[in-house]
Write a protein that binds this ligand. Structure first.
Ligand code: BGP
Length: 481
């Protein structure tokens, strides 16, 4: 039936290794680019790091027990590459693998489906230093070896696998905005790294289909629909352009094995297109994901850039520097072909979170419809949630605002299913409070409060919030609300 969630719909929650594990130098783990980056002054909010994070590494039993009590059907987590292969390409660290084996076993014992993300941004530092990270094709065999290690270790226990988390975000933040490692502003390098990651993604998918025939694999993409500010055809054209730049550029490669035609032309004209060989084209065409992971927070609204030149900072949309979904190049990035093609603006119809992210549940339905219509692959929502300042009052957190946010998104997701979109599951971001990459520990997303702040770890006690009990009931009712 199209008007309800299927019986085995995977109600889940998500996390990522660097944001929760801590134990950053324990049991043979190597350093990642984030371990280094977060220790450099000025890179993160108040110098917060994931050295301890929420200490999930040592509290994994307690955390899974809370998931089980909540009735979670799925838990999405990522593996820290440098925990499993400390230098990224050499010997496997059995102690690192053992940690994930323990986590997966605990999940299965509690009937929670593990959803494993292979790469959620924490590249082994040794690979950054040796190969210039994703800047060189020489990294691909290392990634292939890492994938082979995980596939062989967990092929019988993990059915759902995510290759890359939000390639669009980590490449833009790392190479365009200098807000993530490797902290550069070089759009040509951004497109080059992107292409190499596409090749790595395709390599992983093909290897997976060879080694894990009963599993399912796909990338998770940070998708946002693009709206024109007005009905002025010039604004509509700007939205078409922005959609190419922000969505099609990645999704067409994942799902169709080729770059979108008009955008590739633009990049070639600007002299910043990646080098694409004939072999690359064959590889990209050969790899088909089984599903698409969609991370949805918000979309974007654009108008035509009437000036046909970079807009001054003051005239730009008031994007927070920590919104990874921003779409507008800064004025000094004149080499970017986006500059004359669209200009991002605030949407007058939408409220915003405390961090300035638009709240747009209808956009969620639009997003799911657009992606399914275009690529006809089952969709798995691998992230969606509200970052807020939560207050612990008399030992409780009453996060009604989060319940409202999630309830609205679950409602529009259900409408998308009624429309005909095929969906595997929904993982809210995040299970517990965790480190927010650039906002420290104050920006909370979890169903479970973790007692720590930016300056002090405190006792890291876990306290279920009101939203925890709401989600528990929603799951028990299989999404009825
Ligand atoms: C996504 C990332 C997550 C998470 C989330 C919230 O882009 O995949 O890892 O961080 O955004 O982002 P933030 O913590 O910056 O608010």
């Amino acid at each position: 039936k199209l008007d309800e969630f299927q019986k085995n719909f995977l109600w889940g929650a998500a996390s990522a290794a660097y944001q929760i594990e801590g134990a950053y130098q324990e049991d043979g783990k190597g350093l990642s680019i984030w371990d280094e980056y977060a220790h450099q002054p000025g890179n993160t909010f108040k110098g917060t790091t994931g050295d301890v994070a929420i200490d999930h590494y040592h509290r994994v039993e307690e955390d899974v027990a809370l998931m089980a009590k909540m009735g979670l059907k799925a838990y999405r987590f990522s593996v820290a590459w440098s925990r499993v292969i400390p230098d990224g390409e050499g010997d496997v660290n059995e102690a690192g693998l053992a940690f994930y084996r323990k986590l997966i076993t605990l999940l299965k014992q509690n009937q929670i489906e593990p959803v494993l993300t292979i790469y959620h941004w924490d590249l082994p530092l040794a690979l950054q230093k040796k190969y210039n990270g994703w800047g060189s094709r020489e990294i691909i065999p290392a990634f292939e070896k890492y994938c082979r290690t995980l596939f062989s270790a967990f092929k019988d226990d993990v059915k759902y696998w995510v290759t890359f988390n939000e390639q669009n975000v980590f490449t833009s933040m790392g190479y365009r905005w200098a807000q993530h490692p490797p902290k550069v502003t070089d759009i040509k390098r951004m497109y080059a790294a992107n292409h190499i990651i596409n090749l790595a993604n395709a390599t992983a998918i093909n290897l997976f289909h060879e080694l894990v025939p009963n599993g399912q694999i796909g990338p998770s993409f940070g998708y946002g629909p693009v709206y024109p500010l007005t009905g002025d055809p010039n604004d509509v054209l700007a939205a078409v352009n922005a959609n190419d730049f922000n969505n099609n550029w990645w999704l067409d490669v994942y799902c169709r094995g080729e770059y979108p035609y008009f955008m590739l032309k633009q990049l070639q004209k600007a002299g910043i297109a990646p080098e694409i060989t004939a072999d690359d084209q064959v590889l990209l065409k050969s790899a088909k994901p089984d599903f698409l992971g969609i991370n949805y927070y918000h979309g974007g609204t654009v108008q035509t850039n009437r000036l046909q030149k970079p807009v001054k900072e003051a005239e730009q949309k008031d994007f927070s520097a920590t919104d990874p979904y921003l779409m507008q190049p800064k004025a000094d990035q004149a080499q970017s072909p986006e500059v004359p093609m669209f200009n991002s603006v605030s949407n007058p119809y939408l409220d915003k979170t405390a961090w300035g992210w638009e709240i747009d549940p209808v956009g969620f339905r639009v997003a799911l419809r657009q992606v399914y219509e275009k690529y006809r692959l089952p969709l798995f929502v691998t992230e969606n949630g509200l970052g807020a300042v939560d207050e612990l009052v008399d030992g409780k957190v009453d996060d009604q605002y989060r319940i409202d946010y999630l309830a609205q998104h679950v409602k529009t997701m259900k409408e998308a299913i009624t429309d005909g979109v095929e969906m595997i599951g929904y993982c809210a971001w995040s299970f517990s409070d965790i480190l927010s990459w650039l906002n420290g520990y104050k920006k909370r997303y979890g169903f479970v409060y973790v007692n720590r702040d930016d300056d002090s770890q405190k006792d890291l006690k876990r306290i279920p919030k009101a939203s925890y009990y709401w989600y528990q009931q929603l799951i028990a009712q299989n999404g009825a609300q």
